[in-house]
Design a protein around this ligand. Structure first.
Ligand SMILES: CCCCCCCCC/C=C/C(=O)SCCNC(=O)CCNC(=O)[C@H](O)C(C)(C)COP(=O)(O)OP(=O)(O)OC[C@H]1O[C@@H](n2cnc3c(N)ncnc32)[C@H](O)[C@@H]1OP(=O)(O)O
Ligand SMILES: NC(=O)C1=CN([C@@H]2O[C@H](COP(=O)(O)OP(=O)(O)OC[C@H]3O[C@@H](n4cnc5c(N)ncnc54)[C@H](OP(=O)(O)O)[C@@H]3O)[C@@H](O)[C@H]2O)C=CC1
Length: 237
């Protein structure tokens, strides 16, 4: 990242290790930023992820790991950024979530956690408005990155698989996500809070990439049969 800073710029980059699941590490991260740079104007909650699994196969430990990372980690970062700086001085926050409007079969644990973040953002957009804090979400579609591809290599090429489900017929880029994040943090979004921007090439409006096997396990509602059952003599207790 430091190598990307143009010569002559006053921008600085500093890495501070932090596991967002650890309360003390999150507290240290936020207070270190304030003591090092004197302010904390923006927070982007980007850390997150999941593994693919049908819910029926999920252990509680696996569910907890994903909820802890995505929902609890975001909560801790929000609360500590507020305590360390934003309560007194305002700020702008962007949470990176998932496309969730149609559920996310296959990664339901993460979708549930991200839906929690989506709703948390709406609550905080109101709770923290008088502190001068705006909070929004970005929901990426299928965005190719070397690190994400490496994470899913065991279950096939998920990024190639996503292309037919994306009206734009391609994956997005990390720069296209950053553009939306930068907009939401900027004064250009001064009147936007509690909102989610999808950066998905139209994915969310299109199909859900989940095959439902043919089945007849959902019988139609049958009025006559219900009346018949109700007319039968009931057992006396
Ligand atoms: C439709 C198709 C969509 C396919 C998916 C397509 C998604 C595309 C859109 C989204 C893209 C992205 O998000 S890109 C982001 C890419 N990066 C990531 O996703 C990072 C993923 N990794 C993580 O965040 C973390 O490792 C995380 C998953 C939260 C687990 O945290 P921990 O390290 O603490 O947990 P672990 O100790 O590894 O595991 C705890 C338990 O979790 C379960 N567990 C962990 N990894 C597992 C795995 N691969 N398969 C099964 N179960 C697993 C086991 O029960 C583990 O217990 P034991 O059995 O006892 O070990
Ligand atoms: N790529 C895509 O198509 C999509 C991505 N997203 C989301 O976008 C975000 C960025 O993902 P992407 O860049 O693609 O993939 P990456 O795997 O590169 O990014 C995930 C990041 O989260 C960090 N992270 C995970 N757990 C923790 C933790 N406990 N504490 C601190 N940091 C943590 C990882 O850190 P480290 O490298 O140190 O492990 C990594 O930098 C994630 O939230 C992801 O779920 C959402 C939809 C689609």
């Amino acid at each position: 990242m430091a190598a990307c800073i143009p010569p002559g710029s006053t921008a600085q980059v500093k890495a501070i290790p932090c596991n967002i699941r650890k309360e003390d590490e999150v507290k240290n991260l936020m207070s270190s930023v304030v003591s090092e740079f004197g302010r904390l104007d923006f927070l982007v909650n980007n850390g997150g992820g999941q593994f693919q699994s049908p819910v029926s196969m999920l252990s509680l430990k696996g569910w907890n790991a994903v909820v802890d990372t995505n929902l609890n980690g975001t909560f801790l970062c929000l609360r500590e950024a507020y305590n360390a700086w934003m309560a007194e001085n305002g700020g702008a926050v962007v949470n990176i979530i998932l496309l969730i409007s149609k559920g996310r079969p296959g990664i339901a644990h993460s979708a549930a956690a991200r839906a929690g973040i989506d709703n948390l953002s709406k609550s905080l957009a109101v709770e923290w408005a008088s502190n001068g804090i705006r909070i929004n979400n970005v929901a990426p579609g299928s965005i190719y990155s070397v690190t994400a591809a490496e994470n899913y290599k065991d279950i096939g090429d998920v990024f190639r698989h996503a292309i037919p489900f994306t009206p734009a017929k391609r994956n997005g880029t990390t720069e296209e996500v950053s553009a939306a994040v930068t907009f939401l943090l900027s004064p250009a979004a001064a009147f936007i809070t509690g909102e989610t921007i999808k950066v998905d090439g139209g994915w969310d409006l299109y199909q859900v990439p989940w095959e439902i096997p043919e089945h007849d396990r959902m019988p139609a509602y049958n009025w006559e049969k219900i009346i018949e059952e109700e007319d039968k003599p009931k057992a006396k207790l």
